[in-house]
Every structure is written in structure tokens, then in C-alpha cells.
Ligand binder design. Structure first.
Ligand SMILES: [Mg+2]
Length: 233
């Protein structure tokens, strides 16, 4: 194994419980959250006004109160990310063991700014960072997965994808031939996929953990443990 590729939201950081595209979809009176994500997460937006203009070009004119709400959301998102306890130490430990580190995230600009503050050591130690607002593509599209592997100069079979969302992190990585670790940080949101994996209706990840720090103990990242096991057999 040469590289560990991490999702960001709910894998390395927690933020507000509701994603910004869902909050904005609500403000717009029932737009589809995925349509909102396609606007706010696939282009670089530098100010709340940029976000408002992008939303208006897709959904039509916004009322003054909605414009205010978008600006408030932007400001809260720019300070919302918090490290999941142990995430920084986990990534730095893998780096120290010699693994290349990649990040792949569907994310909009203000939240990424707060991620950079919350887990600056992770961002700084990463060898490749692929973000939806820079590439214009979102998971489960394989584009960003292929991009991070290219940037890390590794084959899919030499990399592990670590993420909390089966549909967006795990399944596409399995399709590509990457190893996978499913972090069940929010199992209630993954119920449907947990059931389908247990029923062998969907392919299982290589490993499932309940907290990011457990990644360090997986045989994928501990060659000596694998050896120990072989000796026992
Ligand atoms: Mg996530």
C-alpha cells in the first residue's frame, strides 16, 4: 500500500449537522439539494455575492431575505468545521509511516476555508487535494478519484479510500479497484447501505471502522501485523 485517500466531511471534520446545499434548497422553497450542490460545489466562489449570483443564474432572482440568509450561511460555514477527535494525529501518523496522503471532497469554498483552519496540518501534509469546486465534478463520478490517484502517482490497487458515505466514497472506489475503509461515523445515515452490504446486495468494503483513529490499527497500514498473522497460520 502506498497511499491513503480521505474524504473530508464527517470523515476528518464535523460541521453543522445539515449540509449547505440542503439548507439552501430549503431557503429556495423546495429545490432539489443535489441541484443546489451542482451549483455551489462545482465552481470556485469567492464571496457570498458570488454564491448568490450563481444561485440566481440557476434558480432565478432571490428575494432580499434569501440573499441575506445565503450570506449568513456563508459566514457560518466559513467557521463551521471542527476536527473529529484524533483525525489530525491519524493522518500525520500514516504520513510518518510513509504513506502518501490524498484528500477528495465534494465541498464549497467557504466550508473548505474552515476545513483549512480546523485541520491545517492535514491539508499541509497532503500530497494531493482534489476538490469538487476546482474540478467541477462530484462523487460518485470517478473523475476526482482518478485525478487524486494520478496526482499521487499510484495505481488504484496501491491506494486506500477512507470515507463515511458508502454511495459517494466507498462504491466508486471499489469500482476503480481501490482498497476501502468505511468509517461509520454517522451510521444512521448509512442504514440502507449497511443493510445492502450485509445482504451481499452491494460489495463490502475491505474494512469498516466506527472511528477514524481505528484506521491506524488496520492491517492495510500495518505490514508487521499482516506478517504476524501469517506466522500464526
Ligand atoms: Mg463525508
Amino acid at each position: 500500500m502506498k497511499a491513503a485517500v480521505f474524504d473530508i466531511g464527517a470523515t476528518l471534520v464535523t460541521g453543522p449537522p445539515v449540509a449547505p446545499n440542503k439548507v439552501i434548497a430549503e431557503m429556495l422553497g423546495g429545490a432539489e439539494p443535489s441541484d443546489v450542490a451542482a451549483v455551489i460545489m462545482t465552481q470556485p466562489l469567492f464571496t457570498p455575492e458570488d454564491a448568490a449570483a450563481a444561485l440566481e443564474s440557476r434558480f432565478g432572482p432571490l428575494s432580499k431575505s434569501t440573499l441575506r440568509a445565503v450570506a449568513e450561511l456563508w459566514n457560518s460555514q466559513a467557521n463551521a468545521a471542527q476536527e473529529i477527535e484524533g483525525a489530525v494525529d491519524t493522518v500525520l501518523a500514516l504520513k510518518k509511516r510513509g504513506f502518501k496522503i490524498g484528500l477528495v471532497s465534494d465541498i464549497w469554498t467557504p466550508y473548505y476555508l474552515s476545513v483549512r483552519r480546523a485541520v491545517s496540518q492535514i491539508v499541509e501534509s497532503s500530497d494531493a487535494v482534489v476538490l469538487s469546486f476546482e474540478t467541477g465534478r462530484r462523487k460518485p463520478d470517478l473523475f476526482n478519484f482518478n485525478r487524486v490517484l494520478e496526482d499521487l502517482r499510484v495505481e488504484p490497487s496501491e491506494a486506500v479510500m477512507i470515507g463515511d458515505t458508502y454511495q459517494h466514497d466507498i462504491l466508486p472506489a471499489i469500482e476503480l479497484g481501490m482498497h476501502t475503509v468505511w468509517v461509520l461515523a454517522r451510521p444512521e445515515r448509512e442504514k440502507e447501505y449497511i443493510a445492502r452490504v450485509l445482504n451481499a446486495d452491494l460489495p463490502a468494503p475491505n474494512f469498516t471502522v466506527s472511528h477514524i483513529t481505528q484506521v491506524l490499527d488496520l492491517p492495510l497500514f500495518c505490514p508487521e501485523k499482516v506478517l504476524g498473522r501469517e506466522k500464526l497460520v
